[in-house]
Design a binder for this molecule. Structure first.
Ligand SMILES: Nc1ncnc2c1ncn2[C@@H]1O[C@H](COP(=O)(O)OP(=O)(O)OP(=O)(O)O)[C@@H](O)[C@H]1O
Length: 558
């Protein structure tokens, strides 16, 4: 067996580790002839660990691993020795880690224990009552927890009042601590940060809030990368010994935070500050390893820090989207299919059929956007029209994947705008694009979406307002972007649209899971159209993602 031919995972970091570990294995194998059987066994675990990391687990979990505990290995440290003996692998009970992942889990659990302490506030009961008036019991509980604890987790589906509750928490904290309070708002993506800021502004505008209170609230929400000063590096500028200069750090869409980012974030919170995480734990977990929000909301040790909001104000008991989302979350296959087929006004179910027909149907909901382009409306109006609807795919590849649908939808868009249909033409008037890599020079970030407009001297892409101005960038300078008529459900996380079309592939795939379907469907505010087959819907609902991790065990001292 050639250890260097262990399958290398897609993730670059994992690949580097896998290669390093594999070459160490070769040396071990060559140097310790007597232990060949053991070396082979460990090599097998390393291979399984790499594929587990590729699937978002933070470790390999296997009860057979405990038999390695008494074995002295130059490449495996036991967890109790891991701080003093840095080896490529760490074994903790029945979990095997690459060192870096163990370190992130360990460091994060330590930082959570540090932050998890009661804090005082100066509000009397009657003062607090003005901020809890009209709230539901769980919302009130969330406000009380955020005032009393250094660390708060607020989870809930769409429209359950996370922003509504957050505004009241902020106002109560300003009242308690005065106007010198330093508040930071952040989210994992630029899109989610912008939406958070907009939602807060909107929610505040519905209350009569004095201007000096408003001045405490930041007029900008950061991406987590920016907040932590990560730039192009994976190491944050801020950490335990050089913490962030804030009293309260609030992070929205926290389901998207991966293990490494969570470690950096928690480490950067000052000793006396508060951290408030908000998100929907039923959504897709981070692209990278870990399902931090779900684990924090389930940890026994953190039960006094965690509140789940359950009553959706947006989707009342009669809303089809709300009922469907709840049925998917609970894994109710038959009921979900029945809801899809019931002919509810806000839920439309199409059986996937001939691709040309599907694409023509998908395009229909872009006609208001086409109209805005034809009428030469302002870039802002065109962007708003585009943001009303989105096609969301489960996959990138395949005829119902993002690449194929974008190509086909782009041709229909060119035709509708009276242009020559040319699949080779990258830039054309009306082309919506998504940035795929951060570009600090241009001030555009991964996930930002803009619209291409033809002007006298060439194509320009307009991105939504920053500082009340649209960002206008020459198309040729956007080196990393792709057409955005169709997005993956993963990329749509943190965004919402009036109407959404969720398109599943023709064949089953391990990517299709309950969280994916739930996330796709709940991106719709008023109408969802689902293109799928009964069998694929059932497969997706049945496949619930369970990410192996030791975070909850570390927090609960199991
Ligand atoms: N207790 C309440 N009384 C009256 N209205 C409420 C209450 N809670 C929430 N709402 C209203 O319900 C709507 C949805 O609330 P909100 O936007 O805060 O939800 P959310 O959880 O932040 O949603 P999303 O995650 O989709 O952004 C808002 O219009 C909000 O004002």
């Amino acid at each position: 067996m050639n250890f260097l031919q262990l399958p290398i995972a897609a993730n670059e970091f994992v690949s580097a580790w896998a290669e390093g570990v594999a070459s160490l294995m070769v040396r071990l194998h060559e140097g310790q002839q007597g232990n060949t059987k053991h070396s082979l066994r460990i090599a097998g675990y390393v291979r399984d660990l790499c594929s587990a990391l590729d699937q978002g687990h933070t470790c390999l979990q296997d009860d057979h691993l405990t038999r390695l505990i008494n074995y002295q290995s130059p490449i495996i440290a036991l967890a109790e020795d891991a701080l003093t003996q840095v080896k490529p692998l760490v074994l903790e009970n029945n979990r095997l880690y690459l060192y870096r992942y163990w370190w992130d889990e360990y460091g994060l659990s330590q930082a959570i224990h540090r932050l998890n302490r009661p804090l005082t506030h100066t509000l009397l009961d009657e003062q607090l009552a003005q901020f809890t008036v009209g709230t539901h019991p769980k919302q009130r509980q969330a406000i009380e927890v955020a005032l009393a604890q250094g660390f708060t987790v607020i989870t809930g589906g769409p429209g359950t009042g996370k922003t509504f509750t957050l505004v009241r928490i902020l106002l109560a904290l300003v009242q308690s601590y005065g106007h010198g309070l330093r508040v930071a708002l952040a989210a994992p993506t630029g899109k989610a940060a912008a939406r958070m800021q907009e939602a807060l502004r909107h929610s505040l505008s519905q209350l009569s809030v004095s201007s000096d209170v408003l001045s405490v609230l930041p007029d900008q929400a950061f991406t987590l990368h920016r907040l932590l000063g990560m730039g192009y590096s994976t190491q944050a500028k801020y950490h335990q010994h050089y913490p962030l200069p804030y009293d309260i750090v609030i992070v929205d869409e926290a389901s998207m935070i991966d293990l490494h980012m969570a470690h950096q974030l928690f480490n950067a919170i000052p000793a006396n500050a508060r951290l408030i995480l908000l998100g929907d734990a039923n959504q897709l977990a981070a692209v990278e390893a870990g399902a931090v929000l779900a684990e924090l909301s389930q940890a026994h040790t953190l039960r006094q820090n965690s509140v789940q909001l359950t009553e959706s104000q947006r989707f009342g008991s009669h809303s089809g989207i709300g009922q469907l989302a709840a049925a998917i979350c609970q894994g109710l296959n038959e009921h979900s299919l029945a809801l899809l087929k019931q002919g509810l006004p806000d839920v439309v179910y199409h059986k996937t059929e001939q691709i040309d027909h599907v694409v023509t149907q998908l395009f229909q909901d872009y006609l208001a956007f086409v109209d805005a382009l034809q009428q030469k409306q302002s870039p802002q109006h065109i962007l708003t029209a585009f943001d009303q609807y989105r096609v969301l795919c489960a996959m990138r590849e395949g005829s119902y994947g993002v690449y194929s649908l974008n190509q086909r939808l782009a041709l229909l868009l060119q035709k509708a705008l009276g242009q020559t249909e040319d699949p080779q033409q990258i830039w054309f008037h009306g082309r919506p694009v998504m940035v795929t890599q951060n570009d600090y020079g241009l001030n555009v970030f991964n996930g930002d979406i803009g619209i291409t407009l033809a002007e006298e001297d060439g194509f320009y892409v307009y991105f939504p307002a920053r500082d009340a101005q649209l960002l206008r960038i020459p198309a040729a300078r956007l080196a990393h972007s792709e057409t955005a008529l169709a997005l993956t459900i993963h990329k749509s996380q943190g965004s919402e649209f009036k109407t959404v079309a969720v398109v599943l592939p023709k064949e089953d795939s391990p990517i299709l899971c309950r969280e994916l379907l739930y996330t796709g469907i709940t991106r719709a505010k008023t109408r969802v159209k689902c293109w799928a087959t009964d069998a694929l819907i059932s497969h997706a609902i049945t496949r619930k993602t369970q990410r192996a991790s030791g975070l909850k065990a570390k927090l609960d001292n199991e």
